[in-house]
Design a protein around this ligand. Structure first.
Ligand code: MN3
Length: 242
């Protein structure tokens, strides 16, 4: 592996995107990662690591299909469009480090593409609603910071419920500590413009488009359902990534 590629893979892990290609191998994996650099190319919509109906009954098929093929696709398209006239570093890292200064179209759609790419990876099927809990180092870190998983779950749920308007709720690591933070619109904790910066470990989309078809105005019910389909193994990968 040459240095440039290794450096990119390391940066991808930092930005939480290495996991996008975990189900791919060899050249296919490299190609999938390269598409995310926008290095002379374009960003593209990543495939979901499961079927549109896989998150039923907690997140419905129609919502997943529209969310992925319409909303996420629109962020990708608008990001590529905005990048046509941008001469700076087009990587996520480059864009997010200057989020407060660049064209809002780059900030909003770059954030939209990154946040959704991560969000899809952080969910998995759990049709019968079996107990779904973190394990390993992430479990230990959650217990160390919040005392119990239930306290963590309660605090995350409260913060996600209270996001005013459209935004996201995150579990991040900053300076070796776990923290629950929220962002507006498509901002994320990697952007220079947010007050609580850190490495994303877990994220939840609380825009109405993420739940309205099934849950209408009942965001709390959507959040309660989401706890069943969190991919804790992927969250652990986020947490342990350098
Ligand atoms: Mn969304």
């Amino acid at each position: 592996m040459d240095n440039k590629r290794r450096d990119f893979l390391k940066k991808s892990a930092l930005l939480g995107l290495a996991g996008l290609a975990t189900n791919l191998v060899g050249e296919e994996k490299i190609n999938a990662l390269n598409k995310l650099t926008s290095d002379g190319g374009k960003y593209s919509l990543p495939k979901l690591p499961y079927a549109y109906n896989a998150l039923e009954p907690f997140i419905d098929e129609q919502t997943m299909q529209i969310h992925h093929t319409k909303h996420h696709q629109a962020y990708v398209d608008k990001l590529n469009k905005a990048l046509e006239t941008y001469n700076g570093d087009q990587s996520f890292e480059g864009l997010f480090s200057k989020a407060s200064k660049i064209d809002p179209a780059l900030r909003n759609n770059g954030g939209g593409h990154y946040n959704h790419s991560l969000f899809w990876q952080l969910m998995k099927a759990n049709p019968t609603g079996e107990a779904n809990l973190p394990a390993g180092k992430l479990e230990n870190a959650i217990i160390a910071e919040f005392n119990t998983f239930e306290i963590f779950k309660k605090e995350f749920t409260e913060k996600a419920t209270k996001v005013f308007g459209s935004g996201w709720c995150w579990l991040i690591e900053a300076k070796g500590k776990l923290k629950i933070v929220t962002t507006s619109n498509q901002d994320n904790p990697l952007m220079d413009c947010v007050s609580d910066k850190g490495k994303p470990i877990l994220c939840l989309d609380v825009w109405e488009h993420a739940y309205y078809l099934k849950y209408q105005n009942k965001r709390a019910d959507y959040i309660a359902g989401w706890w069943n389909v969190i991919n804790w193994q992927q969250a652990e990968s986020q947490y342990t990534a350098e």
